[in-house]
Design a protein around this ligand. Structure first.
Ligand SMILES: Cc1cc2nc3c(=O)[nH]c(=O)nc-3n(C[C@H](O)[C@H](O)[C@H](O)COP(=O)(O)OP(=O)(O)OC[C@H]3O[C@@H](n4cnc5c(N)ncnc54)[C@H](O)[C@@H]3O)c2cc1C
Length: 302
């Protein structure tokens, strides 16, 4: 079947560029997830706006960055996945203390660039293996730093492909929590930092080294699976319930950091989701605390 026949309703110039049945396991840091029906990498924001404008209104849309906080189920994703990584990738300094970056820029690049420009504190972004778009959606943070503390304004696209400029006042923002208008996605942001002329790459290296000592970096994970409940740590609760190393299929709770679930190579999303449920039940039974997932679970079961 040719691509036009497989993408009813898509304009021919986009039907030719849309990929079909793309395994999401190739686009997530857990390396699990079934196929996306359609997968689109835009050239730039204008291209993305034009693409969205011509999509059938009822076609579901999922935006992803580097997939470092996503559990995609084994049955995959119906509709279109828009990947900003590899696109929307510009970073520029627009004033003494402000930068403008596209949603597809890796957080680590923003951290390094800010150090070069003598701006900070942006080092915390170095250890977050996602894009700026994902960091905006999650209010990603580490070592006391948080993405939205630096946001002056964001640029968004809505489901009709129209562009908007929003400010933090337009969002409800909290710990790993951001809620704005439904049906709008980030294409870029203006961020503000302080002038820190003495900041060196060493600051980034030190933070990454501290991370390597405490977290299973290099293994297939999505970072912290659960948010920390008020006044406590999900890792402590899981560990004290005796669950370090607990395994379902080829997925297990990390021995190094109990809030990480590792895919040892052959785990399925269903194994990881079953493990998440097991941890929630076991922690509720042991500590009477409901752990909430930080990781976003999307897609269809197999
Ligand atoms: C080893 C490891 C360590 C980690 N450490 C940290 C940490 O210290 N702190 C922390 O906060 N997180 C951490 N994470 C989790 C993850 O890196 C962050 O949540 C990151 O911000 C996700 O970015 P992403 O581009 O990968 O987003 P994705 O995983 O691709 O998507 C995450 C969510 O954001 C949405 N989204 C993505 N792009 C956009 C967009 N442009 N507009 C609107 N919505 C969008 C997606 O739909 C999805 O709901 C870690 C992950 C790993 C694997």
């Amino acid at each position: 079947m040719n691509s036009l026949a497989r993408t009813p309703g898509l304009a021919p110039e986009f039907a030719a560029r849309v990929l079909h049945d793309v395994p999401m396991s190739k686009h997530t840091s857990w390396h699990v997830g079934g196929p996306a029906d359609l997968f689109f990498i835009p050239r730039d924001t204008m291209d993305l706006a034009a693409f969205i404008r011509q999509l059938p209104a009822d076609l579901p849309l999922l935006w992803i960055g580097l997939g470092s906080n996503l559990l995609v189920r084994d049955g995959g994703v119906r509709g279109v996945v828009v990947s900003t990584h590899g696109a929307l990738g510009s970073v520029e300094r627009i004033s003494a203390t402000r930068i403008q970056a596209g949603a597809g820029v890796p957080c680590a690049r923003i951290a390094r660039q800010c150090v070069q420009w003598g701006l900070g504190p942006a080092e915390f972004l170095a250890g977050i293996p996602g894009t700026l778009g994902g960091a905006l959606a999650m209010n990603a943070g580490a070592w006391g730093g948080e993405t939205w503390r630096h946001v002056v304004a964001v640029e968004t696209l809505d489901r009709r492909g129209a562009r908007h400029t929003r400010t933090p006042a337009d969002y409800e923002i909290g710990y790993r929590h951001v809620r704005g208008r439904a049906g709008e996605w980030f294409v870029g942001a203006r961020l503000e930092f302080e002038r820190k002329p003495g900041t060196k790459d060493d600051a980034i290296r030190e933070l990454l080294e501290r991370r390597r000592q405490t977290q299973p970096i290099g293994e297939w994970s999505c970072g912290s699976v659960f948010t920390n409940p008020p006044g406590d740590h999900a890792a402590r609760l899981i560990e004290s319930a005796g669950l370090k190393g607990f395994r379902i299929g080829d997925a297990s709770v990390s021995e190094k950091h109990a809030n990480f679930i590792i895919n040892h190579g052959a785990a399925r999303a269903a194994d990881i989701e079953a493990l998440i449920l097991h941890l929630q039940r076991a922690v509720a039974a042991a500590h009477h605390i409901e752990l909430a997932t930080e990781v976003r679970i999307v897609g269809e079961p197999a």
